[in-house]
Each structure stands twice: as C-alpha cells, then as structure tokens.
Design a protein around this ligand. Structure first.
Ligand code: IPE
Ligand code: IPE
Ligand code: MG
Length: 258
C-alpha cells in the first residue's frame, strides 16, 4: 500500500483518502510556502515565469489532495509583502497569473465544495484582481469543504500591526478595555479569524525560514522542509509530509503522555 502511494505512478483518485492514518492524527490546518519556482525554471534553462506557471499546476494537484484527505484548512503563500521588490515584469506576470488561475479554476473549486478565502492586503491589488478575488470568495462563501486560504500581498508582521491598529481603535472608541486584549481576542481579529491555528508548515526548495508567513498562527506549528522545488512537489510528497506529521508528538509545553 505504502509503495503504491509513494511509487512513481500518479496518485489514483481518492487514493489519498486510503492513507492508513487515523483521522485524529491528521493536521487540521496545513500551511504551504510554495518556494522554488525560479530555481526550478533556471535549472531547466527556462525563464522564471515558466516556473510560476508550472507552480500553478502543482497547486491544482495539492488542493485536490487536500480535498481527498478532507483537510479542514489548506493555506498557501502566493505573494508576500516583500515580493514587490522583484522586477516589475515578474510582479505583473504573477498578478496576471493569479487572475487567470481564479478565472480558470474557480468553477471547479466550487463544484468540489471548496471555500476560498484570501488573507493579506487584498485592497492594494489591481482593481481587476480585487474583483476576481471578491467574486471567488462570494461564489464559494457557503461551501462546507476544504477551506482554501490564499495569502496574497501578505506579511505576518503587517497582519499583526493591522490587527493591533484595529484593536487600538476600539480601545480609543471605548468599545474595548486594554485588558481585554488577550491572545484569544487578538486571534479573533486576525485575517485568519475563524480558522484553527496552523498545525503543519511545509516549505519547498530547501530554505528553512518563515519569510514573514503566518507569524502568529505558527506559534506551535510543526515544520517540514524539502529540497524539492514547488513545481516538482507531487501529491506523494504532500502525503509524505502529512505522514511524518502524524507520527510526531506535540506537547504544547506540557509533558509527554500527560
Ligand atoms: C515562489 O518561487 C513563488 C513566489 C514567491 C511568488 P520563487 O519565485 O521565490 O522561486 P525562487 O525561490 O526564486 O527559486
Ligand atoms: C516566500 O518566498 C514567499 C512566497 C512563497 C510567496 P520568497 O522566495 O519570497 O522568500 P525569501 O525571499 O527567499 O525569503
Ligand atoms: Mg523564493
């Protein structure tokens, strides 16, 4: 069975659901730093943009695997607040690619009962992209399957500052006392409100850092790194990370077995 899943053959439909992992050991929330599109393209003698296109195909297959596994939340890092430093042409290409991706995939996602959400400063994107994002969110708002959370123009520090500002305004208006700002109340004002904390962070392409991703939500997350570049990250790799997670013991500051 294991060999079948991790063999070279493509993962047959619903095979993921057959993973012999107890449901209670599966992560509720998996967050993925989809890195290495540029290195993948360079390695093949292509332009970086070719890598980003290939990365979109990977995302399609990983979302399908999350659906098969009935994961509660899959969050993906698509564009960071720092990624604006890249050449204009690459940024423009990525923005057009997001728009195209939503255009092409939203119907299928909706049919698969996915609920898409976006986190980050969506309001700073192009008007066309904002419209696409809002359209996809409202189309899928009543869906009850996988919560697919896309971080675009997202930075963890930025999110924490925006949240602090919102709470500070409430204190100023007299609607909240400073003592009422607690980890629990803070959490309910983050972009990820309504979502459980991150259980597992996956980063592809060999770098071992968070790059300003979900700083608050990963406080007790487990991490899994792989050298594989995102375009080569197959469903079997995703399942390997989840299987590894399922075998870990999480203590949350407590003591083993207690
Ligand atoms: C990740 O791949 C995609 C985005 C950041 C948008 P990169 O573009 O960072 O690829 P590398 O890290 O340069 O290989
Ligand atoms: C993180 O990757 C952001 C995304 C995957 C969208 P980067 O490629 O931007 O991260 P750094 O610059 O190597 O830390
Ligand atoms: Mg990178």
């Amino acid at each position: 069975m294991w060999k079948k899943i991790f063999g070279k053959a493509p993962l047959p439909k619903n095979e993921a659901a057959l993973l012999d992992i107890e449901r209670s050991r599966l992560p509720r929330h998996v967050a993925v730093i989809m890195d290495g599109n540029g290195r993948w393209a360079k390695g093949q003698g292509f332009l970086r943009t070719v890598g980003h296109r290939a990365g979109v195909d990977t995302l399609h297959d990983i979302l399908d695997t999350a659906i098969d596994l009935k994961l509660e939340v899959l969050t993906v890092y698509a564009f960071s607040t720092e990624n604006w430093k890249r050449p204009h042409e690459e940024v423009d290409f990525l923005m057009r690619l997001f728009s195209e991706y939503l255009d092409k995939e939203e119907r299928e996602m909706h049919e698969k009962n996915v609920r898409i959400r976006f986190i980050g400063r969506v309001d700073e994107l192009t008007p066309e992209l904002i419209q696409r994002v809002r359209h996809a969110e409202s189309l899928m708002k009543d869906n009850t399957g996988v919560n697919f959370c896309v971080a675009v123009n997202y930075g963890g520090q930025d999110e924490i500052c925006r949240t602090a500002q919102e709470l500070a305004r409430k204190v100023q208006e007299g609607a909240l006392s400073p003592e009422e700002i607690t980890p629990e109340s803070f959490e309910t004002a983050l972009d990820t409100k309504e979502l459980p904390p991150v259980d597992l962070v996956i980063r592809t392409s060999g770098d071992m850092r968070l790059s300003n991703f979900l700083l608050w939500q990963t406080a007790y997350a487990e991490f899994w790194f792989t050298e594989t570049n995102w375009p080569d990250f197959k469903p079997a790799c995703f399942l390997e990370a989840i299987r590894d997670y399922a075998g870990r013991e999480r203590r949350f500051g407590g003591i083993k077995g207690k």
